[in-house]
Ligand binder design. Structure first.
Ligand code: SF4
Length: 438
C-alpha cells in the first residue's frame, strides 16, 4: 500500500434491515420494508489518522462501523482494507482481517462478561486465535493491562470490581491484544463520567502513537470529535453530508446540518450564549421512509425556495413544514378549536364554519406573518382540509412551493471538503454564506 492509498476505503456501503420479512408476513402477502440504516456511505481512512463519524442518535453511524468491520453483512457496497475487499475474504485472510481490525464498544458495563476475570477477558482473543504459548499469553495480558493504565496485579479480579473508566480501559486492552492496525471506537466515552472521559481520550491518543493505530471514532459528541480527530464525516439519516479536516469543519462548516449540530454545543461565555442561534426544528424522519431529494430538507432552515418565488426564508421554512405535515396527514382536524368545536367527518366541516375553521387552524400551524399572496395560498389549502381533502391541500402547496431540495438528491462532491447540499452544487440557486452563519 502506498502512502497516499487509504488503509480503509468505504465505497457506497449500504446496510438495510428488513421489516415484514418473516415467513408469516410473506404468506399474508405483506411486502418487506427496508429500514435504510446506512444508505450509500463512502469515505477513506488513512494510516495513522483518526476519522470522526458524527451525527445524532439513530443516524446509522454505529451500524456503519459494525458493517465495515464485517460484524454485520452489508446489503451492498464495498469496504477495502489494505487494498482487499473485506466482504470477499474467507479462511485465513478473513482471520487476518479480524486480527487487524478491532472495536471498542460504547458500554464498558455490558461489553465485558461479568463471569470472566479481567485476565481471561483480555486474553480471550489470544486464545481464540491461538497466539503464542500459555506463558506468553499471560505475560502479554500483564503488559497490556499496564499499558492501558491498570495494574498487572488486577488480572484475577472481575469487572464489577472496577469503575466505569477502568472497565473501558479493560475493553481497550482486549481490543489491542491482537496488535491491530485499525480500531473502531464506538462512543468510547459516552457512558463514562465527564471527569474520566478526558483520561480515556488521552489514553487512546497515547496508544495510537505507541501502537501505530488508525482510528474511526464514532461519537455524537462534537467536543470529543474536536479533541481527538484529524478529519470528520458528518452523517444524517444514513448518509454522509459533509467530510472535512476537523478545524476547517468546526471553523467554517458548510452543510446546514453540520452548522446546526455545532450550534447545539453548549457555550461557556455569555456573549456566545446570547448570540443569535439557528436551531434545528422537527424530528429526524424515519429511515423506513426517508424524505425524497435531500434527507435534511424537512428540518433545513436553508431549504431552497423556487427561483421565481419571492419569499423570506423563515416564511418558506414554515410553509414547507406545513406542507410536510399535510402530506403526512399529521394534523388532528378533530381537535381544531376550543372544545373541539368544529365537527369534521368525511364530508368536512359545514360551509358556514369554514372561514372560522381556517382561521383557527392557521393560528395553530403558522407562527409567522404571511404576506398576502402566500396567505391566500395557505388559506385555500386549509379550506381543502376543512373539506377533508388532504390530497388537494398537498397538491396546492406543492404546485406553489416545491423545492429543488425535494426533487433532487445532492451528491457529496469530491474536493478536499465535500458537502452534499444544493447550496454548493451545480443546482445552486443561492450563494452559501458559511462564514456568517455562526
Ligand atoms: S440541499 Fe437543500 S435542504 Fe438539503 S441541506 Fe442543502 S439547502 Fe438544506
Amino acid at each position: 500500500m502506498s502512502a497516499d492509498e487509504p488503509l480503509v476505503r468505504v465505497d457506497d456501503l449500504q446496510k438495510y434491515f428488513w421489516e415484514n420479512d418473516s415467513l408469516l408476513d410473506r404468506l399474508l402477502g405483506d411486502e418487506p420494508v427496508p429500514v435504510r440504516a446506512v444508505d450509500g456511505v463512502s469515505f477513506d481512512i488513512y494510516e495513522g489518522e483518526t476519522l470522526g463519524l458524527v451525527g445524532e442518535s439513530g443516524c446509522g453511524k454505529s451500524t456503519a462501523g459494525e458493517t465495515l468491520l464485517r460484524l454485520r453483512e452489508p446489503t451492498d457496497g464495498r469496504v477495502e482494507f489494505d487494498g482487499e475487499n473485506v466482504y470477499d475474504l474467507g479462511g485465513d485472510r478473513l482471520d487476518a482481517f479480524r486480527n487487524a481490525a478491532q472495536i471498542v464498544f460504547q458500554d464498558p458495563f455490558s461489553s465485558l462478561d461479568p463471569r470472566m476475570t479481567v485476565g481471561d477477558i483480555v486474553r480471550q482473543p489470544l486464545d481464540i486465535h491461538d497466539v503464542g504459548t500459555d506463558a506468553e499469553r499471560r505475560e502479554g495480558v500483564r503488559d497490556l493491562l499496564e499499558r492501558v493504565g491498570l495494574s498487572a496485579d488486577q488480572l484475577d479480579r472481575y469487572p464489577h470490581e472496577f469503575s466505569g473508566g477502568q472497565r473501558q480501559r479493560i475493553g481497550i486492552a482486549r481490543a489491542l491484544a491482537l496488535e491491530p492496525d485499525f480500531v473502531v471506537l464506538d462512543e468510547p466515552t459516552s457512558a463514562l463520567d465527564v471527569s474520566v472521559q478526558a483520561q480515556v481520550l488521552n489514553l487512546l491518543d497515547d496508544l495510537q502513537d505507541e501502537f501505530d493505530l488508525t482510528y474511526l471514532l464514532i461519537s455524537h459528541d462534537l467536543s470529543v470529535i474536536r479533541h481527538v480527530c484529524d478529519r470528520v464525516a458528518v452523517m444524517y439519516l444514513g448518509e454522509i453530508v459533509e467530510i472535512g479536516p476537523v478545524e476547517e469543519l468546526f471553523e467554517a462548516p458548510k452543510h446546514p446540518y453540520t452548522r446546526a449540530l455545532l450550534e447545539s454545543i453548549p457555550r461557556a461565555s455569555t456573549d456566545e450564549r446570547e448570540r443569535d442561534r439557528e436551531t434545528l426544528a422537527g424530528d429526524v424522519p424515519s429511515p423506513r421512509d426517508p424524505p425524497s431529494g435531500c434527507r435534511f430538507r424537512t428540518r433545513c432552515p436553508l431549504v431552497i425556495p423556487p427561483a421565481d418565488l419571492e419569499i423570506d426564508q423563515d416564511v418558506y421554512r414554515v410553509l414547507m413544514t406545513l406542507r410536510e405535515r399535510i402530506e403526512r396527514r399529521d394534523i388532528s382536524l378533530e381537535s381544531v378549536g376550543e372544545g373541539n368545536r368544529f365537527e369534521t367527518d368525511d364530508g368536512g366541516v359545514p360551509d358556514d364554519e369554514v372561514p372560522a375553521f381556517v382561521a383557527t387552524l392557521k393560528a395553530r400551524l403558522v407562527d409567522v406573518d404571511l404576506p398576502p399572496r402566500h396567505d391566500a395560498v395557505v388559506e385555500d389549502a386549509l379550506a381543502d382540509l376543512a373539506a377533508a381533502d388532504w390530497e388537494a391541500a398537498a397538491e396546492r402547496l406543492q404546485a406553489k412551493y416545491e423545492s429543488v431540495c425535494e426533487r433532487s438528491h445532492p451528491g457529496l462532491g469530491d474536493d478536499g471538503h465535500p458537502v452534499a447540499c444544493h447550496c454548493y452544487g451545480e443546482a445552486s440557486e443561492r450563494t452559501p454564506e458559511p462564514a456568517t452563519w455562526r
